[in-house]
Design a protein around this ligand. Structure first.
Ligand code: KIV
Ligand code: NA
Length: 265
């Protein structure tokens, strides 16, 4: 497989070939994920939960994200590396430029930010400066206190309309990718159809252009209650490499996610 770029993802969106994204936080996992056909590695701030054992992603710092992005970069072969801007590290455009610089210099190729249209100026500024962005909409875990828990977003007419508008404005501002988490499948489908940039989903149904999962979840390593969008691909695999290859194949061939992994309107 050739090195994945933004161009690859756009081509795949146009041709209807689904792409995959998995999280990684270290070199070994990055090598494993990138050699099994996964187009994107997400250095997610979910590392706060699965690596650091925290209750939420709120305590994750820029120093953590830079450290793990460096680790992933050393193990990656051909995936595109996307890193999260952590909690309150993108509150002004200037702060975001400085933090995005650190992540890009550590090995990120796309910067992921949680939030809607209020980020348009920041996204425009990053785009003008040559920094690609992915905008995370729907359930944005950094805002868990404001959202009152990890709940499906965009279920009522008003919030669905707002998400559609956020997606449109962010694309117009220069966003390169959208990511929808815990969004009713019909709404995710509508956002994906309207967008000319690639849309990645998690708990957003089968109609988004790409699918993302937390690596530890899909390898069946996460303890406690699992979100409904998670599938344990280790259950029928004999090695982690085989589980990842099956995930990639199942997404490309339309077997994952199944209706039971998504949410209705
Ligand atoms: O941090 C993360 O792993 C994420 C994904 C769940 C999309 O943001
Ligand atoms: Na995240």
């Amino acid at each position: 497989m050739a090195k994945t770029t933004l161009h690859t993802l756009l081509e795949q969106k146009r041709s209807g070939e689904k792409f995959t994204c998995l999280t990684s936080y270290d070199a070994t996992h990055a090598h494993l994920v990138s050699t099994q056909g996964t187009e994107i590695i997400l250095v997610g701030d979910s590392l706060g939960n699965v690596v650091q054992g925290r209750e939420s992603t709120v305590p994750v710092t820029m120093a953590d994200m830079v450290y793990h992005t460096n680790c992933v970069r050393r193990g990656n072969t051909e995936a595109m590396i996307m890193s999260d801007i952590p909690f309150m590290a993108c509150s002004t455009p200037e702060q975001t430029y400085a933090n995005a610089t650190e992540l890009m210099q550590a090995g990120a190729e796309v910067i992921k930010l949680e939030g809607g249209a209020w980020l348009c100026d920041t996204v425009r500024g990053l785009s003008e400066r040559g920094i690609p962005t992915c905008l995370h909409l729907g359930l944005t875990p950094q805002s868990v206190s404001m959202l009152g828990g990890y709940k499906v977003q965009g279920r009522d007419e008003e919030s669905a309309a707002r998400m559609l508008e956020d997606a449109r404005l962010l694309e117009e501002a220069g966003a390169n990718i959208l990511l929808l988490e815990c969004v009713p499948s019909p709404l995710a489908q509508e956002i994906t159809r309207n967008a000319s940039i690639p849309v990645i989903g998690i708990g957003a149904g089968a109609e988004t252009d790409g699918q993302v999962l937390v690596l530890y979840d899909m390898l069946g390593m996460t303890h406690g209650r699992k979100p409904r969008f998670v599938k344990d691909f280790m259950a029928e695999a004999s090695t982690p490499a085989e589980a990842i290859a099956t995930f990639v194949k199942d997404v490309k061939e339309g077997r994952f996610p199944a209706p039971e992994h998504g949410f209705s309107a």
